[in-house]
Structure formats: structure tokens, C-alpha cells
Design a protein around this ligand. Structure first.
Ligand code: CA
Length: 218
């Protein structure tokens, strides 16, 4: 899952970037509103973390333009502004949630999970099909009543597939979902991760659709 962080404070930006990367999320970080708008034009993000006080266009303006341009990407506002009017304005401008700084990274992660769950129309926190069950809160996967610990990349890739069970994702689509801008991707990286996943979880867990990509069953 790939997230865009819009935050001009380097200290906070670095901390959030690192923490979310450790949590197996792909994250791109920009420091002003225009950079955010152009990143959203070119990349397919699952979620936007948006600071309000930004140089140039502020967060409200970025949010207003996004929604005006019909981008439906979920937005969580992260800001030091805790006035009720700001929260109301943020939500009414089309944000999905609002978190006041300083916040705990654990709470941020839980809110990200909740927003993604809602976006995908899931009431329950577990993602499962007939074969696999994946828990975004613990990043554990169960299969045949065994529980598996996956590497960050393995988890990120499986999560991307489980978000769209029954749909084929190509190598490029998987790369886009699990790697951020600053991360180097080797040409066979995706095949390598899939190979590792199948070895752990069993061959039938991820189907290879020759020439097109991979999928998990519905
Ligand atoms: Ca700021």
C-alpha cells in the first residue's frame, strides 16, 4: 500500500516516513502543496497524510483542489491545529479523518487501517478468502490454521493482492504499490518475493496468470 505524506516539518516528516516504512508501507514524502498535487497526478496512492500548515498552498487548499478534481483518495489530516472549526472544515472539505499533533504512531497506523477498511467496504478488520487470512493490525497471515510471520515486502505484496481478491495485478502495479520513490527495485524483485511467499504459504495461495501477473482468489 502506497501512501503520500505531505509535511513541511522535516523532523516529523522523517519520523512518520520511517515508522510507516517499518510497518511495511510504501511512502513518498513531499513538503508542499504543489508537490503533493503533482505527485497525486502521477502516482496511484491508497491514502494521503496531509498537514494543514504548508508553504504555498495550505492543506485545506490542497484538499479542496483534490476533491474539486474528483480525486477520491482517502485523506487523513495531521495537524497541530486542534480548533473545532478546523476539524469541521477539514472533514467538510472531504477529509476522512483528522489527527492532532503530537500523535502516537500506533494511533496513526490504526487510523490508516480503519480508513482503508472503510474505503474497501470491509466492516471486519481481518482480510480473508477461502485460503488465507491476513490481519493488518498484527501483519500476521494464517493459512491452514498455521500463523506465519512475513517479511515487510512479503506482507506488503500479499496485502496489495488481498485488497483486490480475484483481480490480477501486474508486476508494474505491484511495484507501484510496495515501493516508494527512493527505493531501488531490481528487475526480478516481485518474482523473488512471490517465490518466497509461495514457499512459506503454499503454491495455491497466489496464482500466476501467465504474461499478466498474479492474483489471490476471492
Ligand atoms: Ca506544517
Amino acid at each position: 500500500m502506497r501512501i503520500l505524506l505531505v509535511e513541511d516539518d522535516s523532523l516529523i516528516g522523517r519520523a512518520v516516513e520511517q515508522a510507516l516504512r517499518d510497518a511495511a508501507l510504501a511512502i513518498d514524502w513531499v513538503q508542499d502543496g504543489d508537490a503533493a498535487l503533482s505527485a497525486i497526478k502521477t502516482e496511484d496512492y491508497s491514502l494521503l497524510l496531509l498537514d494543514l500548515g504548508l508553504p504555498g498552498k495550505d492543506g485545506f487548499e490542497v484538499l479542496r483542489l483534490l476533491r474539486q478534481r474528483k480525486y477520491s483518495v482517502p485523506v487523513i489530516i495531521i495537524t497541530a491545529r486542534d480548533a473545532v472549526e478546523d476539524r469541521i472544515k477539514g472533514l467538510d472539505y472531504g477529509a476522512d479523518d483528522y489527527l492532532v499533533k503530537p500523535f502516537s504512531i500506533d494511533e496513526l497506523q490504526a487510523r490508516i487501517r480503519a480508513v482503508i477498511r472503510r474505503k474497501n467496504g470491509n466492516a471486519t478488520p481481518l482480510m480473508d478468502n477461502d485460503i488465507l487470512s491476513l490481519d493488518p493490525a498484527t501483519r500476521k497471515v494464517s493459512c491452514d490454521s498455521k500463523v506465519y510471520d512475513l517479511s515487510s515486502r512479503e506482507y506488503a505484496l500479499l496485502h496489495a493482492l488481498m485488497l483486490r481478491p480475484g483481480s490480477i495485478l501486474s508486476r508494474a502495479q505491484l511495484e507501484e504499490r510496495i515501493y516508494g520513490w527512493n527505493e531501488e527495485v531490481t528487475s526480478n524483485a516481485i518474482e523473488f518475493i512471490i517465490h518466497g511467499l509461495r514457499k512459506k504459504l503454499g503454491k495455491d495461495t497466489i496464482k500466476n496468470v501467465r504474461g499478466l501477473g498474479w492474483m489471490v482468489s476471492k
